[in-house]
Unconditional design. Sequence first.
Length: 252
Amino acid sequence: MGIEKYKKYYNSKLDKEWQRIVETNNQNENNLFEFLAKKNAEKSGINYKPEMDVLEVTKREYEKEIFIPQEIEALNIEIQSLKNTPTINNKHRLLYKKRCMEFITDKSIHQHILTFFHWKGTSEQLDELYSQLVNIDKPIINSTIETFKMAFSGDVIIQNLEIKWLVISKNKHTSKSSLFYFIRMMENENLITQEQDALNHRVRNIFVDSEGTEFINIKQSKYSDSTKPARSQDLEQAISAIISNKPLPTPQ
């Protein structure tokens, strides 16, 4: 994945915010960041106070973003290019982007870099799990083996995998609760590392519904311990086969 993609995406995001700033035509270097703080506070539903640091407000604006090294490098490239063209407009842009860089390179942000699931079992077990989910009468997922393995590689997420989750609930919609049930079972059997903090984001970046559409309302989809979701028995059998290393019977 090339750096140009992130440079284009991230700078486009920042430039749109910058455009809102320069449209006032009356901003100078001294009040630029106070203005930015007010705008971001308004957009984020925060009651702005003059003593608020702009980075705190900017953090509210960007806290839902996951920044990876390529994005940070792309922004740094842009900052260097602005230094080489010191027009009045670029000087303000440079200050703004430097502030954004200060935020996203803060040590705390690295705690939130999102990764794929970290597989703790053997590679043979992962191969077998894929087989149990795909090579059955009613497949549970639609994915290549390469993409499936990537989902459990522990690598930093650069792009979505779009593994189709094919379990259908009684209401004829894709069963998100069964997906969380499956993940919980793998955690309980120590097959993957338990990382609950970013689970919703991780699921959204790895799986899509049976139609290939991004999952929505994930927070409301986690199953109750008192009830079992659709095809829970099939999921339990697949995990049991991995633990016991005994493959399930081949469908006739």
